[in-house]
Structures are given as structure tokens and as C-alpha cells.
Design a protein around this ligand. Sequence first.
Ligand code: BYC
Length: 314
Amino acid sequence: MSQNIDFQTRFQAKIDAEIKIEPKDWMPEAYRKTLIRQISQHAHSEIVGMLPEGNWITRAPSLRRKVALLAKVQDEAGHGLYLYSAAETLGVSREQLLDDLHSGKAKYSSIFNYPTLTWADIGTIGWLVDGAAIMNQVMLCRASYGPYARAMVRICKEESFHHRQGFEILLTLSKGSEAQRKMAQESINRWWKPALMMFGPPDSESTNSEMSTKWKIKRESNDELRQRFVDVAAEQVTFLNMTLPDVVWNEERGHFDFGELDWEHFWSVVKGNGPCNKQRLAARVKAHEEGAWVREAALAYAEKRKNRTEAPPQ
Ligand code: BYC
């Protein structure tokens, strides 16, 4: 028991001194568990997040747009893979993580349960969804767990490209015909509040924040990041000559107000009852089943190589 207290003290001292925790270091079970929880939810979000955008690859309005969108969707797959690998360093298997996703047990970001109805949604996702993701993920580049922090550095660089490609789509639409401007504004109106909910519940209802902050997994609260995102987006939208619903400058606070968020709706989406939850999970399960032969072939090849290396010299 006293030995455990000693380990705990040394562990927290390392965190306080900004020394990274690495896979083979001692860590409290609760730290390991919360990292598996967060990193795997993050990985699932990247993978499920490919679906709403993938929906528009065949309908992109030009070759240039198609190439950029393809590259973006492939990047998201890569992010999912780095993150699954980071989670595996904590002693959980990828099969287990995927089973939890496919059975509906694991969470992933609420935002990917909304449909992409128009081409403008691809611009809005890049601008607002990737924008919110970057706002939240920059702090994760300094997360106390080494493999997660290192994965996040590359992810953030790629998300910045996604953010720009999204904004540029909206900028082009904003300079187009009246119908194109209308399509862009309608898309912004639809995605705005769901994007604000990506930051998680209000601080008063955030169950994990206290420990995650103590362990320097999180460095800023859900509400702090949400407000910063609103303030930045409220400036950016002026370049589009468009508006964000319910956003007004509050002189007294020195920030933009953004109205009420419907948290009941948020929890219902998180629990599986959003507009596209069932469709998203069904698509993932189908892709996993159809990819079984690839996994089998890769494993057989790896096994063959291993046997060849282990064979005694002739
Ligand atoms: N959706 O205690 P809290 C991307 C859950 S992908 C669903 O504040 P925490 C992209 C939360 O898990 C970007 N669930 O939690 C990909 C917790 O439940 P559990 C995804 C949510 O962890 C493709 C409960 O609510 N980014 O960029 O301290 C295309 C209480 O919350 C959500 C990440 O995953 C939500 N929005 O803080 C384009 C970033 N919010 O687990 C773009 C990494 C909360 O106790 N994750 N919940 O059962 C994080 O930074 C944190 O996990 C959160 C939540 C800020 C999301």
C-alpha cells in the first residue's frame, strides 16, 4: 500500500514537471483507463468522421475539389490509425476497441451523426468541425502521455489543411450566385450549434475534467475552448459576409454570446438516437466485414515471413 502511494507521488511529480509518461512507466489504473477511453473515442471519431464527407467524393463539383476531399478523407483514416496504435500501447487490443465501436458500446463524437445534405456542408465541416477539432486538439499536443501527444502533433498539422480547404469552399460559394450564397448560409446555420457541442458538456456537468486536468491530459476546460472557438469563428464569418446564428458581441464580457445549446438533444445523440447514428454504425460494420479478407491475407503474409526468418539456415 505505502509502495503504491510512493509510486503515485512520483507519477504526479513527473506530470507536474512536464515529463512525459511512456508506455512502460508505472501509471495509476484510472489514468490508463481514462486515456484508453479518450484516445479510443477520438480514434473512432476520426474513422466514423470519414463517412459524412466520403458521401460527397463522387459528387464533388470539380476534379480539384475531388482530389482535395479524397486526400482529406484519407488523412482522417490515418489519424484513426495513429490513435488506435497509441491506445494499443496502453494494453488494449485493436480488436477489442473495434468490437466496442461496432456493438455500439463505445462513444464517438456527436458531430458525425448529422447528415451532409449539400456540397456546402463539405466546406462547413472543414471550417467549423475541423476548426473546433483543432481548437481542442492543440492542447492535446502537450498531453502528458507521450504516444498520444506525439500523434496529435501530426494530426493538428493535417487538420489545419482541412480547415483551410473548408473555408476556401465557403469563400468560393460566398462569391457565387445568390443560390450558392444561400446554400452556404443554410449549411452554416445547420452545423453551428452541433459544432459547439463537440467541446463536450458544460464544465459543471463534465465528469472527467477534474482528473484529466490534474493529469495534464486536458489543459483547458470544455467551456473555455468553446468560448475561444466562438470568438474566432465570429471574426472569420465576416470574411464570408455571412452570419452565425444567435451570436452577438457582449461588451461587458468582452466575448461573443452564443445563445442556449440544447443539451438534452446532445445526450440523445450521444446515446445513439441522432439523425444518422444507426446508418453510421451499419456502414462501419459492413466495411469491417467486407475487409475481413484483407486482414486475413495480411496476417497470413506476416506469419509466412516470420516462419521464413525462424527457419534454420540450410
Ligand atoms: N460527443 O467529462 P467530459 C475530427 C462524452 S474528430 C460524444 O467533458 P472529456 C474529425 C465524454 O466522452 C475529433 N460524446 O469528457 C474527424 C464523456 O463520456 P464518458 C474528435 C461526448 O473526455 C473526421 C461525457 O460526455 N475529437 O476532428 O473530459 C472528419 C462527459 O464529458 C462528447 C476528440 O475526440 C461529444 N462531442 O471531454 C473531420 C478529441 N463530448 O467517456 C474531423 C479528444 C463529451 O465518460 N477528446 N462526450 O462515457 C477530448 O478532448 C475529450 O474527450 C472531450 C470531452 C473534450 C471530447
